[in-house]
Design a protein around this ligand. Structure first.
Ligand code: NI
Length: 393
């Protein structure tokens, strides 16, 4: 079977048998068996799900990552390869990312003797709940790695379009919870209590000024309250209000600034009105910060293999690939998948013709990146493999 046919088959199998984050057991077996069929070396690092594999030998080491998990969505796409599980769907195209990386692994395996180093393939679990990258880093997936690439499909682009940008490419994705505690009372006698709903409403309104009044107009941020729960009947002022929401920012500085301002607003508005406000902040994945030189290489190779390179603004979505970039330099990029429906939509359906060209792109980019790394290792002896694996930790 040609590589093209093999990875199209893999895509169909993955799409029909999606598994949720951290439960990718069959997916893991399937990926392993495809790698074994091609004689590609699997690294046994002890990850519960996900697979790490390599072709080539020695230093430098380039890593490429694909995510493998699906979402809890009942698929409604019109196609003859719909998910067999109505509780799960590959609605973000991670099945495509996996198939593309497998294709690249097969192509690189066929030229293993000529590679100027090693290419490591990270088939990463649990991107959707943002902890898979940390799991793979914990088991040592980045040890010795000099640079890393990853991609996400973009349904708004046609299948011959590629995009990336230097610096922030996705957002810091943080979750917030706010509790306002007042004093419950009879609704006819509000003066006997402290109404947390009125306090909560003031807080929600004041939060809207963080983006407009507290950060520079040139910086991007979103603060959204998405849940507001209080009370259970018409004639009782409740004791508490529970809120939930998200903060999206692009840089560590703005992230910290929003966090501080939010805390001040929540605590002081509540205190000023006789209640108590508490902010709980849960760090999500940081923003993907692409390294300019690797973005340049990714764009150059994309053009060479026939992609149209599109300039974009960073998105305020999240991507746990960011964790890898805290340890090693690299770039994250988008390739067009041309779907009529957005990511995470039950009718999301990619154009399968994107798979083989994308595999070929990874193949060419991997070779170009190894050449770049090889010459920088030789011109800078300080940047020895020992040093580069130390800097991973
Ligand atoms: Ni995704």
């Amino acid at each position: 079977m040609s590589i093209d046919d093999t990875i199209q088959t893999l895509f169909l199998e993955l799409h029909q048998n999606p598994e949720l984050s951290n439960q990718e057991f069959e997916t893991t077996k399937r990926i392993r068996s495809y790698l074994e069929k091609a004689g590609i070396r699997i690294l046994e690092l002890g990850a519960k799900t996900g697979v790490i594999a390599e072709v080539g030998q020695g230093s430098p080491v380039l890593a490429i990552r694909a995510d493998i998990d699906a979402l809890p969505i009942d698929e409604q796409a019109e196609c003859d390869y719909r998910s067999k599980n109505n509780q799960a769907m590959h609605a973000c195209g991670h099945d495509v990312h996996t198939s593309i990386l497998m294709g690249a692994a097969y192509l690189l395996k066929a030229q293993e003797q000529d590679l100027q180093g090693t290419v490591r393939f990270l088939f990463q679990p649990a991107e959707e709940n943002f902890n898979g990258a940390l799991e793979l880093i914990d088991v040592g997936a980045l040890n010795g790695v000099d640079a890393i690439f990853g991609l996400h499909n973009n349904p708004a682009l046609t299948i011959n379009q590629m995009t990336s940008c230097a610096g922030p490419f996705s957002a810091n994705v943080d979750r917030i919870e706010i509790t306002v505690t007042g004093v419950g009372a009879h609704a006819a006698r509000p003066e006997a209590g402290v109404d947390p709903i009125v306090i909560g409403a003031q807080i929600v309104t004041a939060i809207q000024t963080i983006v407009s009044r507290s950060i520079s107009g040139l910086d991007a941020a979103v603060v959204s309250i998405t849940k507001f729960l209080a009370g259970n009947t018409w004639n009782v002022i409740p004791e508490t209000v529970e809120m939930e929401g998200t903060v999206r920012t692009l840089t560590p500085q703005v992230r910290e600034q929003v966090k501080t301002t939010l805390k001040t607003i929540v605590e002081n508005i509540a205190a000023g009105m006789g209640g108590k406000g508490e902010l709980r902040w849960f760090d999500g994945p940081p923003s993907v910060i692409n390294v300019a030189s690797w973005v340049e290489l990714a764009k150059k190779v994309a053009q060479q293999v026939g992609y149209e390179v599109i300039d974009v603004e960073p998105s305020l979505g999240g991507e746990d690939f960011a964790h890898y970039l805290h340890h090693v330099p690299g770039a994250f990029l988008n390739l067009g998948s041309q779907s009529d429906y957005a990511l995470h939509h039950p009718k999301f359906k990619i154009d399968r013709d994107m798979i083989m060209p994308a595999a070929n792109y990874w193949f060419e980019l991997a070779k170009a990146a190894l050449t770049t790394l090889h010459s920088s290792l030789n011109s800078n002896p300080k940047n020895s493999p020992e040093n580069s694996s130390e800097k991973n930790h």
